[in-house]
Design a protein around this ligand. Structure first.
Ligand code: KMH
Ligand code: ZN
Length: 310
């Protein structure tokens, strides 16, 4: 594959599936989500991956009205590409999860490429206190959850979203998910060029090692040839190191408080923008250039910011 000239930075502003609110920096009100998204874009993120949260208690929200509270403000203040999550929480059905993307028709949305254990239960024992009542049980019980993304779910989501011309961020947590994606392409659910997010370090997915990144990349090359773009998300402590490696391999990067609350070992990040500034500095110091939103649109073949419904 021809090497990309610019590196696209995605920033995932506030997680939902697996990001409890232990850090005061993690935004959960519409105001905070909007202002952190704008700041992350000003720092160099050309794509904003967005979840919504219940503004009262920070729990996951897939209510489109909670997205409506921040999407127009982000659009008015930035040129960044909006990417709406279809991940929901571990308790939501696929119908609930795709409702915000169906309503707002963003340029991008996530598409999770396989069912899996998706657990963060070890966190429950690490903290004496949580900010909100729901958190400890939700976290502790994640050892019994299955993050459901069956072939039927993927087909259902892809079929309903197809008329919107949305580019999917295909979230692949393990090598098998790449084969699931290839199968879905072969039956006509997704068209090239696709955009793959290689995800490392989720308990239930592939581990955060450079060897695994090379293996995922090699497997994707074998399956998709020149017909894909890729990015790396390292969860937790692997966020910056795996992103750095990916950028040096010609890939794109994803940072953000959704996937790590930290800026360095043991030190909480102040904001999403701080993580974007850090990866931007590293990428530029190592000789790459960071893509603007317009360049990201061209690299990923997006429909354009004027084709959304918010
Ligand atoms: N935080 C990622 C590991 C989604 O939004 O669809 C999972 C994620 C899923 O981003
Ligand atoms: Zn997400």
């Amino acid at each position: 594959m021809a090497r990309q000239k610019k590196t696209v930075i995605t920033c995932a502003i506030t997680g939902a599936i697996h990001t409890p609110t232990m850090s005061d920096a993690l935004p959960y009100t519409a105001d905070d989500i909007a202002s952190q998204a704008v700041a992350a874009s000003e720092a160099g993120a050309s794509i904003l991956h967005l979840h919504a949260r219940n503004p009262q208690n920070g729990s996951v929200s897939i209510n489109p009205d909670d997205f409506a509270a921040f999407l127009p403000r982000i659009k008015q203040s930035t040129d960044a590409v909006v990417n709406i999550s279809t991940g929901g929480s571990l308790n939501n059905t696929i119908e609930e999860r795709i409702a915000p993307a169906l309503r707002f028709s963003p340029e991008m949305c996530s598409m999770n490429m396989g069912s899996m254990n998706f657990s963060f239960h070890p966190l429950a024992g690490k903290y004496d206190e949580f900010k909100f009542d729901w958190e400890r049980d939700y976290i502790a019980n994640s050892d019994s959850y299955i993050f459901r993304n069956t072939f039927a779910d993927i087909k259902n989501a892809a079929t309903q979203l197809a008329p919107h011309g949305i580019k999917f961020e295909h979230e692949c947590y393990d090598v098998g998910h790449l084969y699931n994606l290839k199968f879905c392409m072969d039956i006509g659910l997704f068209k090239a060029p696709i955009f793959i997010q290689f995800i490392f370090g989720i308990l239930g997915g592939i581990g955060p090692d450079v060897e695994n990144l090379v293996f995922m990349k090699r497997t994707a090359d074998k399956l998709f040839g020149d017909n894909y773009r890729w990015s790396v998300l390292g969860a937790g402590g692997s966020q910056m190191s795996l992103s750095t490696t990916a950028s040096q391999m010609g890939g794109n990067v994803r940072v953000g408080l959704e996937d790590s609350l930290f800026i360095s070992r043991g030190k909480l990040a102040d904001s999403n923008a701080q993580q974007v500034q850090k990866i931007r500095r590293i990428v530029e110091d190592l000789g790459c250039e960071v893509a603007t939103p317009e360049e990201a649109r061209e690299i990923l073949d997006l429909k354009g910011g004027d084709q959304v419904n918010f």
